[in-house]
Design a protein around this ligand. Sequence first.
Ligand code: SF4
Length: 190
Amino acid sequence: PGGKITLGQIDSLSKTSFPLCMRQLHEALRRDHHLKHGGRLQYGLFIKGIGLTLEEALMFWRSEFTKIMEVDKFDKGYAYNVRHSFGKEGKRTDYTPYSCMKIIMSNHPGQGDYHGCPFRHYDADILRQKLVAYGVPHPAIKEIQELVKDSHYQLACARYFEVTHKVSLPHADAINHPNKYVEESRRVHE
Ligand code: SF4
């Protein structure tokens, strides 16, 4: 639904339709003009999944990274990986965007990393501050915190979706993939 997403829509879409995990990656990239390896992988495959072309993806990464480095350095050090994730280099595998399960279970983020799942990987106070900043009302924050405490990260994410979209999801496991989240969100916003 909603058709293909283009580069020009990505900032507004990150606010209305991205799950927390991808919104934090987008914001960190815009702010720091850089993401570490884990973030580039998670976010790079996600934006491919929402429909950006290889050319758009290259333009996107280049426009940020070249604010802090020479174009030449970007082209030599990073462009390869962008093409690689689109299956244009190396073994030419067309890599699939990560599911929630994969993001939650693997590659725990370290210092300076922005990948991962905020419901799983943020400490409780940082998560609460984020939710407040994004306008989630207090009772819903409480519910989300309870779900997180019981390790129901995807349910917490689904609850976040419901509150921020003012809808009820048809079933509890409606959110199992960040790209699915975006699809559902665009359906609601249409
Ligand atoms: Fe992202 Fe999935 Fe975590 Fe939601 S549950 S923030 S979509 S990884």
